[in-house]
Design a protein around this ligand. Structure first.
Ligand SMILES: [Zn+2]
Length: 264
């Protein structure tokens, strides 16, 4: 998810506990979203590039999708925009140097818990955590050489409320347009600040992926690998980066993707 030093987007400020899970669970609006059908959305033989701003976004956002794509035989590559080294400022327990190793390892452990048929390659793009906005060009330049004609990009929503998520979404969308690739954007922080039917989310372009109980259980178990994000830091006295409420809200039997195809 990533720590927030300063919310840059004033109408999508992330604060407090956010929208209650029950509000989403009871939402008729969410219930009636168009279903994401794997074979319709992802052409056969396409390679799926998951572009995650921070280690944990790939699971929080796409832990269900990754399992379903893998089961259907799609090749998946994970691009890690940052290594999430800015999550614990002033910590003696988690220094940036330590996080540089810890957080990528947490991702790899989490992918293993998903019990996939393939082993997913993780490619680090080495952008500085918390500074994706300042390194927008570097991100595009780092990602572009890896992209192939049969790629589909899956990344964070360009209006997700967190600067790193937003810039990553924007850069992927621009690259996709430039290279005539398709790009889907997953909601992560939006579950916090938005509400059902919220006009700031383009619901008419949204596709809902349903997770079966087994897939949700694996995603939930995989998230437990991100201990650096889920446990308090006694060296700074700070609460966990991802609160248990936020985690519960993100571990629901659905993932929602914004698909621009046909709506441009
Ligand atoms: Zn993130």
């Amino acid at each position: 998810m990533g720590t927030l030093k300063h919310p840059v987007v004033e109408d999508r400020i992330i604060q407090g506990e956010g929208t209650a899970l029950e509000v989403w669970q009871q939402s008729q609006h969410l219930h009636h979203l168009k279903a994401l059908e794997l074979s319709k959305t992802f052409p056969l033989n396409s390679r799926i590039c998951i572009v995650a701003p921070h280690p944990d976004d790939e699971i929080l956002g796409c832990g269900g999708l990754i399992q379903q794509l893998d089961l259907a035989g799609y090749e998946i590559v994970l691009f890690a925009v940052t290594n999430g080294t800015a999550s614990h400022p002033n910590s003696r327990l988690y220094t940036p140097e330590q996080l540089d190793h810890i957080r990528p390892r947490e991702t790899m452990n989490a992918l293993e818990v998903l019990d996939l048929k393939q082993s997913i390659q993780r490619i680090a793009l080495n952008i500085q955590d918390g500074e994706v906005a300042q390194q927008r060009e570097q991100l595009a330049a780092a990602l572009k050489p890896y992209l192939q004609a049969n790629d589909m990009l899956v990344t964070t929503f360009e209006h997700d409320g967190h600067p790193d998520h937003e810039i990553t979404g924007q850069v992927c969308k621009q690259l996709a347009a430039m290279l005539s690739l398709k790009c889907l954007q997953v909601l992560i922080w939006a579950w916090h600040w938005a509400s059902p039917g919220d006009a700031r989310i383009p619901w008419h372009k949204a596709l809902k992926l349903e997770l079966n109980p087994k897939q949700l259980a694996r995603k939930t178990k995989a998230m437990q690998c991100f201990k650096s994000q889920l446990e308090p830091d006694p060296s700074t006295g700070k609460a966990p980066i991802v609160s248990s409420n936020a985690l519960t809200r993100l571990l629901q039997p659905w993932e929602v993707y914004i698909d621009d195809e046909g709506h441009l």
